[in-house]
Design a protein around this ligand. Structure first.
Ligand code: HEC
Length: 395
């Protein structure tokens, strides 16, 4: 495909994905908050579980939640599902355009495992389907043990991240772990939440007493979606930070930050219910600090004895990097410098020294899939160059 076309498809799908995602998660956070904040104590009108007053956008709102369902359905009843479906569909489209179309750049890393494109795509797409099946089975199995279920779901995703990090490029492994969580969330809407709401509505239409269990199981899935949100969003922004997905312990880092995300969500949920929030927030902060410290510690220290000049590394960068990182890349498939990074002059190389060091020595995420066949000696040379520049800068 024409590189300009994939770029345009990519940006338009990403735009749609973010817009639909905001609409979905915005509504989901709002209803979750509503559920937690509902005033249930005061005497309620017949059939009402709780109510709430709010002021927003210059007007007052009063909302009520029915214990199970109203006796008669209103003429206009609003549903929330297309936000979820559009988010998932645009995400799947992005996955195909970015990761599957350009599998050699983004999906596969021969240093991790030299998979062929069809196998790597099958691993990626298969991980989404397997995640839903495994998660749904866990939910049914541990229906009556909510805490054990939460732990099992967490362990499952940590295991998934671990396995994917052994098979795909770090960035693709992260993205697919997030996409698997997103798939579970969207499938919860499609397969559990919406069907149970439909049968609630049918019961009311036919004048039958609705089964309260239906609403309850939808609420559990909706809660899971709420807790999955922050880890998913972390994955979606981590693509810009090779220090996360390019770390040798990338899967453990993702698990630690996800645990922090879940704890932060829990902190807010507990607080919105008006209960004393305890150690959730500090615990989350500790998890993030440990993860950040692990990433910041040097993984490989340059020996820094002989000073390597920029002129000495220039031929290496030109051979291994500038094919892509130029205003007019010669590497097929690129319409412009990837990530807006050009490495054509020594001044540019020096300005970007830290980032060059991060992606070639620290995390080895560049060249992607080692497409331009950079050698370990060349990486070591760049490492000595960077430590030398750093030392010179401090003199
Ligand atoms: C095959 C093409 C290709 C080659 C060769 C290549 N890069 Fe990249 N580079 C990319 C792509 C693609 C991105 C990601 C842009 C994005 O974020 O979408 C990227 C991103 C980067 C980034 C930004 C990373 C970030 O997310 O902050 C840096 C820095 C970088 N490359 C440096 C290098 C260096 C140094 C070399 C040579 C050792 C190199 N690249 C070789 C394609 C290449």
């Amino acid at each position: 495909m024409e590189p300009h076309l994939t770029d345009w498809l990519g940006i338009l799908l990403r735009w749609l994905h973010v817009i639909a995602g905001i609409a979905w998660i915005g509504a989901s956070f709002y209803f979750n908050w509503l559920e937690n904040r509902l005033q249930r104590g005061a005497p309620q009108a017949e059939g009402i579980e709780g109510y709430l007053w709010a002021v927003h956008g210059g007007g007052f709102y009063r909302l009520e939640k029915f214990r199970v369902a109203p006796k008669k359905l209103p003429a206009a009843l609003h549903w929330f599902k297309w936000e979820a479906y559009v988010t998932w569909l645009s995400g799947a489209g992005l996955l195909a355009v970015v990761y599957y179309w350009d599998a050699k750049v983004y999906l596969i890393d021969p240093a991790v495992m030299a998979l062929s494109t069809p196998v790597a795509v099958a691993v990626g797409a298969g991980s989404l389907a397997v995640s839903w099946l495994a998660y749904d089975a866990l939910c049914r199995l541990l229906q009556r043990r909510p805490l054990l279920l939460a732990a099992a779901v967490f362990a499952f995703f940590a295991l998934l991240a671990f396995v994917l990090c052994q098979l795909l490029s770090g960035r693709a492994a992260y993205l697919h772990t997030g996409a698997a969580m997103g798939t579970v969330m969207a499938a919860n809407v499609l397969r559990v939440i919406i069907p149970s709401q439909k049968s609630l509505v049918r019961s009311v239409e036919h004048g039958r007493a609705p089964d309260p269990q239906l609403g309850a199981s939808a609420l559990v899935r909706s809660r899971h979606n709420n807790y999955l949100t922050l880890p998913v969003l972390f994955v979606m922004v981590s693509g810009h930070y090779p220090l996360t997905y390019g770390h040798p312990w990338n899967w453990a880092l993702l698990a630690a930050v996800s645990a922090a995300g879940v704890l932060v969500r829990h902190y807010f949920n507990v607080r919105h219910r008006g209960e004393q929030s305890r150690w959730w927030f500090p615990a989350a902060a500790v998890a993030v600090i440990i993860a950040a410290a692990a990433v910041t510690a040097p993984w490989q220290s340059g020996d820094g004895d002989a000073l390597v000049t920029t002129a000495a590394i220039r031929p290496v960068v030109e051979k291994r990097c500038t094919v892509c990182h130029a205003r007019a890349p010669t590497f097929p498939g690129f319409a412009g410098a990837p990530g807006g990074i050009t490495l054509e002059s020594e001044a540019q190389m020096e300005n970007l020294a830290r980032r060059i060091y991060d992606v070639t020595v620290k995390s080895k995420t560049m060249p992607p899939g080692n497409l331009s066949a950079m050698t370990d000696e060349e990486r070591a040379l760049l490492g000595r160059w960077f430590t030398g520049i750093g030392a010179a800068a401090h003199e």
